[in-house]
Design a protein around this ligand. Sequence first.
Ligand SMILES: C[S@@+](CC[C@H](N)C(=O)[O-])C[C@H]1O[C@@H](n2cnc3c(N)ncnc32)[C@H](O)[C@@H]1O
Length: 184
Amino acid sequence: MNEGHLGALAEFGCGTGFYTQALVTRADRVTATDIAPGMLAVAKERIHTSNVTFQLEDCQATSFPDEAFDTAFIGLLIHFTEPAKTLAEMCRILKPRGLLIFSNLDPDALSGVDRVRCLVRIPYHGITGYRVKPPRAFGKNIMTEKQLCDLLVKSRFQVISTETIKDTSCSSNIPVEYIRAVKV
Ligand SMILES: C[S@@+](CC[C@H](N)C(=O)[O-])C[C@H]1O[C@@H](n2cnc3c(N)ncnc32)[C@H](O)[C@@H]1O
């Protein structure tokens, strides 16, 4: 993650803390949240820095006050939510000119093989790793980069960068897209 200073940061869908461990090194304080208590429990076990707190939150309707954060991070989560509702909530809790960062699974960035791999691996890891079935309507709100950028503009954000990253050293790696936008 190639970011400057992130100030007070809220992370949504922290899961097992994969991104949290990078975010705590770049922000003054991190409020790492997830809708699933089991995920938060795993993340808490993994990360022990003094600038992180863990909290149960639905990113579509949080308990945070208006303009509470400099940065919000949404990691591989937007497709599980009603995207417009999530972006409206991010706009509410971010300070003016606050930064919103996404990691997103863009179907347009996936080659044929990666597409098949995603379809197999995501439910497989959910069932074997976390013992959960994919939620109903799973995948309904998966968004391409263009769809997400258009929705950001409609939701009072200005897109400042998009980048797709694939770790070519790992044959099973699926490309992940990063989008940065500021609240206008
Ligand atoms: C694919 S996982 C990504 C986890 C982590 N960001 C990562 O990349 O390793 C999606 C996470 O979003 C959480 N989640 C799903 N719906 C949510 C919602 N409405 N609000 C907050 N978190 C949610 C899930 O519990 C899960 O931990």
